[in-house]
Each structure stands twice: as structure tokens, then as C-alpha cells.
Design a protein. Structure first.
Length: 206
């Protein structure tokens, strides 16, 4: 394919430290990897990583529109992938950083606005490495189910990565050996494979 005729696509990945790729020595995370492979398919990808460590859905609700608007001018083929949620379920001072009802309101507000402006995908929260923390697991899986319901209502494709990565020895072992939360290169490569095999992502790059 002639490079002058490559489809140009600009993608903002908006989320938390997993979007940022924290812990990956190659500084790619899963988001960089899926963009590399889209480039290999002949797409001209402009890739914006808007992942911020410790960001909750409330933090993202406040910032996403301005950040995305600056990077996705109307005249270009702009798209957004959102991925967040785990930080909402973190306990601080005896309660979660964001209450479940507020998390649901946040994601509904974010996605309903975003889908009016750009093609949008949503990737759910990844699992915490400490599998003995059954309450944290329950909070996160419940949040992911609620996110899925909102996405279904709004007709936004949703990818629940939690049950898949939870069974990934690479993801869990690397996170445990690192800081207890973030994997290394292998874990993010696993995450990228899941996204790349997702029908909604594949349909963007056919």
C-alpha cells in the first residue's frame, strides 16, 4: 500500500495507570502495542496516551473532553478508547474512593457525551494482583458488570478484561513481583492480545 494513501486515524486512550502502561519497561503498555499492530496493518495511527495514575472515573469525567478535543480536530478521523474503574474501588478511610452509584453516573455521562462526538470503545477494569482480597475482587467485578450495562444501554462496545486477565499467570505473577498492581512487559502484551482479538476493535481496522 502506498504510504500516501494510508488511512489516517487519531486515537485517544483515556484512563488510569493501566492505560498509561505503568510498570512496562518498554513504555508501551497495551495501548501502544495495539497501535503498533494497527500500523502494521496499514493504518497511519496518531496515538495519544491520556492515562493518569490513580485517576478515578470522577477525575476522568472532569478532564476527558478538553483533553480529547485538543487532540481530535473535527476534520480528522478521531476515536476514543476509555478504560478505568479499578481506582474507584480502592478503599480509603474505610470507604471506596468513588461510590458505586457515582461511578455509574460518571461512566454514563462520559460515554453519552463522547459517542455524540466520536466513535467510542470502552475497556473494563483490570484485576488487582492480590487474589486473596475477595472483597476488592467483588467490588471490581460488580463495577465491571454495571459498566457493561451502561455501555449496552448507550450502544457502546464494552470489553470485560477482568475474567480473562484474572486467569493470566503472566499478568498476576508480574504484578505481584512488581508493585502488587502493575505488570511488566509480558502482562501488557497479554492485555493487548485480548483487545486485538475483540470484534469491536477489529471492526475499526478492517
Amino acid at each position: 500500500m502506498n504510504s500516501a494513501h494510508l488511512p489516517e486515524v487519531r486515537i485517544c486512550f483515556v484512563g488510569d495507570s493501566f492505560v498509561n502502561g505503568t510498570g512496562d519497561a518498554e513504555c508501551l503498555g497495551w495501548t501502544g502495542r495495539v497501535c503498533i499492530n494497527a500500523n502494521k496493518k496499514g493504518y497511519d495511527i496518531t496515538y495519544y496516551n491520556l492515562g493518569i495514575r490513580r485517576d478515578t472515573s470522577t477525575d476522568i469525567a472532569k478532564r476527558w473532553l478538553q483533553e480529547v478535543s485538543l487532540r481530535l480536530p473535527k476534520e480528522y478521523n478521531g476515536r476514543i478508547v476509555f478504560s478505568f474503574g479499578l481506582n474507584d474501588t480502592t478503599l480509603e478511610n474505610g470507604k471506596t474512593r468513588v461510590e458505586l452509584t457515582q461511578s455509574i453516573e460518571n461512566v454514563h455521562s462520559i460515554l453519552s457525551k463522547a459517542k455524540q462526538l466520536y466513535p467510542v470503545l470502552m475497556v473494563g477494569p483490570a484485576p488487582y494482583a492480590d487474589q486473596e482480597d475477595t472483597q476488592r475482587k467483588q467490588r471490581t467485578t460488580n463495577l465491571s458488570k454495571q459498566f457493561a450495562l451502561v455501555c449496552d444501554e448507550l450502544n457502546v462496545p464494552y470489553l470485560d478484561v477482568f475474567p480473562i486477565l484474572e486467569q493470566s499467570n503472566i499478568w498476576i505473577d508480574e504484578a505481584k513481583a512488581n508493585d502488587g498492581v502493575h505488570p511488566r512487559t509480558g502482562g501488557y502484551a497479554e492485555f493487548a492480545k485480548i483487545v486485538e482479538n475483540w470484534d469491536a476493535w477489529l471492526n475499526w481496522f478492517k
